[in-house]
Structure formats: structure tokens, C-alpha cells
Design a protein. Structure first.
Length: 143
């Protein structure tokens, strides 16, 4: 194998080209790729931190929502109890009013019955006179 100067020149050109390409092309490209990788990693870490915050917020929200639901359920039970008590009270009042009216009507009916019983002998006498009159056509006097 023969070595001549062309081989050395070609080797020099090749090494020069590699050196120039490294400085002008490969180093800036590698620098951009490393910067891009660093930004991507930073964004991944930021996204991971946000996921953790979201999870913590969701847990806090669920906890507060549970507390609010329990509180509202307690208030609902209290209100329901109060409404039932009011309804029972109004029902009791209405029942006592009806009972009073019933007693008043019974008293009135007994008074009317007593009055009518007092009038019964007189009415009986009048009716028997009318019947006798109708049958006999004459007036019968009763003592």
C-alpha cells in the first residue's frame, strides 16, 4: 500500500470538515436538543406537581363536601322533626276543637231534646184532639 499526499490531504479535509461541522452544526443541534430535553423534563415535573395539587384539592373538596352533606342532613332531620311536631300540634289542636264542637252540639241537641220532650205532652194532646176531630168530627175535651 502506498501513501501519497492525496490521502493526507483528503484526511485533512475530512478532519477539517468534521471540526467545522462540529462547531457550526453538531454543537448547536446538541445544545438545542439538550435544552429541549431540559424543558420537557421541567414541564413533566411541573405537570406531576400539578397532578399532586389536583389530587390534594380533590381530597379536600370531597372531605368538605362530605362535611357539608352531613351538616345539611342533620339540619334536614331537625327541620323534619320540627315540621312533624308542628303538624302533630296542629292536629291535636284541630282534634280538640272538633271535640269541643261535638260536645257543644251534643249539649245543644240534649237541650233541644229536653225542650221537645217538654212540648211532647202538649203536642200529644193536640194531635189526639185533631185525630179525634177528624174521626168523629167533634171536639173531645181532655182533662
Amino acid at each position: 500500500m502506498e501513501f501519497n499526499s492525496t490521502l493526507l490531504i483528503q484526511l485533512g479535509i475530512y478532519l477539517g470538515l468534521i471540526f467545522i461541522l462540529k462547531i457550526l452544526f453538531f454543537d448547536p443541534i446538541l445544545k438545542l436538543l439538550n435544552k429541549r430535553e431540559a424543558l420537557t423534563e421541567g414541564k413533566k415535573e411541573e405537570a406531576s406537581g400539578m397532578r399532586e395539587k389536583i389530587t390534594a384539592i380533590r381530597i379536600k373538596f370531597d372531605s368538605k363536601m362530605s362535611e357539608v352533606k352531613q351538616s345539611l342532613e342533620g339540619q334536614r332531620q331537625i327541620e323534619l322533626k320540627m315540621v312533624k311536631e308542628r303538624a302533630e300540634q296542629k292536629l291535636s289542636e284541630a282534634k280538640s276543637k272538633v271535640e269541643r264542637k261535638l260536645i257543644d252540639h251534643q249539649i245543644e241537641m240534649e237541650a233541644e231534646l229536653k225542650r221537645l220532650r217538654g212540648q211532647l205532652p202538649q203536642l200529644s194532646s193536640e194531635i189526639s184532639n185533631e185525630i179525634t176531630k177528624a174521626i168523629l168530627g167533634a171536639k173531645v175535651v181532655r182533662s
